[in-house]
Design a protein. Structure first.
Ligand code: SF4
Length: 334
């Protein structure tokens, strides 16, 4: 889909005020731990639209809430507040059965394919199970669909009877991609899909994801902590800091004219990204991400912000549109 066609397309995914807090005793996945319970404010009031056919790149440091947002967006986790509309339907209004049917269209590719693939299942079983669970194919048709998908991700029939440990990291990620696409989804959350791979293999997997997106008409939320990867794959970029989107806009606007001090700091740590205008010299990011258990008051970035003013520690900034489709959350941006 061309850039202008994407810009005109309606939102496939609409997040409004999306919030996810969880008790640290239960962890993100709801299991009890022995730790004393405190509230982890992983995602706070996120508004984000993802249009059909586009890739929105979600960038931020480890622990900023990116993966949690991705999981809440496809309802792998319940939101604490806010809503997600998918293709016009508010996911909160669906019965468990309706949600199960819709879930076929919402898939995720995980960072670590080895951890996400059952080591006791062959590739054939791994890829056939989603089709069986959703009663979408059986017998020869099921085998044909598994074979076709394996070919689409660059593997062959000789791999069908092998197990995850018999593959390289890149091949395992190809299997993870094939599994996510078996149900012919519309929207795929790619959660750090190349972070665990060697650089040379990263390029192959990014190329594969791009080709599959074009051929299958997919829409991606692509999560990464690597601004160079995000710059390469995205149509639009959303920058996340401690559970909030602090800047969002078209790729070239965010990379070529970043307006939030956090985005500017992220870009200061990488050479100019191919195909984008160069920016002024900027200050590198100092210090660590504060804990989402006790986020700073006011602007959450203020303890690390090189241009913070007194107001920043008291008052949370509102979001300002600096140009059509380019929004920034900072007191100094008007
Ligand atoms: Fe920095 Fe203040 Fe802007 Fe936050 S609101 S990014 S602390 S200048």
């Amino acid at each position: 889909m061309s850039t202008s066609a994407i810009t005109a397309a309606p939102a496939l995914v609409e997040m409004r005020g999306l919030t996810r807090h969880y008790d640290s005793r239960r962890g993100l996945w709801g299991r009890l731990t022995g730790n004393p319970g405190v509230l982890v404010q992983a995602v706070n009031g996120v508004d984000l639209d993802i249009r059909r056919g586009e890739t929105v790149g979600l960038i931020g440091e480890s622990g900023c809430g990116k993966s949690t947002l991705g999981r809440v967006a496809i309802r792998l986790h319940e939101p604490t507040a806010g809503s997600v509309r998918f293709d016009g339907t508010d996911l909160a209004t669906l019965s468990p059965l309706e949600l199960k049917r819709l879930r076929r269209r919402l898939q995720i590719i995980f960072q670590d394919p080895y951890a996400s693939l059952n080591p006791r299942k062959s590739v054939l079983e791994l890829l056939a199970t989603p089709l069986r669970l959703h009663a979408l194919a059986s017998g020869p048709e099921l085998a044909d669909r598994v074979g076709a998908m394996l070919q689409a991700v660059g593997l062959g029939p000789e791999h069908l009877r092998r197990y995850p440990h018999q593959f390289s990291g890149g091949q395992r990620q190809r299997i993870g991609i094939a599994r996510a696409l078996m149900l012919e989804p519309d929207f795929v959350v790619c959660d750090e899909p190349v972070s665990a791979l060697d650089v040379s293999v990263q390029a192959q997997i990014i190329g594969l994801l791009g080709r599959l997106k074009r051929e299958l008409g997919l829409t991606y939320l692509f999560i990464s902590h690597d601004i160079a990867v995000i710059g390469h794959v995205s149509d639009r970029i959303a920058v996340m800091y401690l559970g909030e989107i602090v800047e969002e806009g078209p790729r070239d606007a965010v990379l070529g004219d970043p307006r939030h001090p956090y985005t500017q700091s992220l870009l200061a740590s990488v050479p100019r990204i191919e195909g984008t205008p160069g920016g002024a010299r900027r200050q590198r990011l100092q210090g660590d991400l504060p804990s989402p258990v006790a986020p700073p008051p006011g602007c959450k970035f203020h303890p690390r912000c090189p241009v913070a003013v007194a107001r920043c520690a008291r008052e949370a900034p509102a979001t300002t549109a600096v140009r059509p489709g380019h929004r920034v959350r900072c007191h100094l941006v008007t």
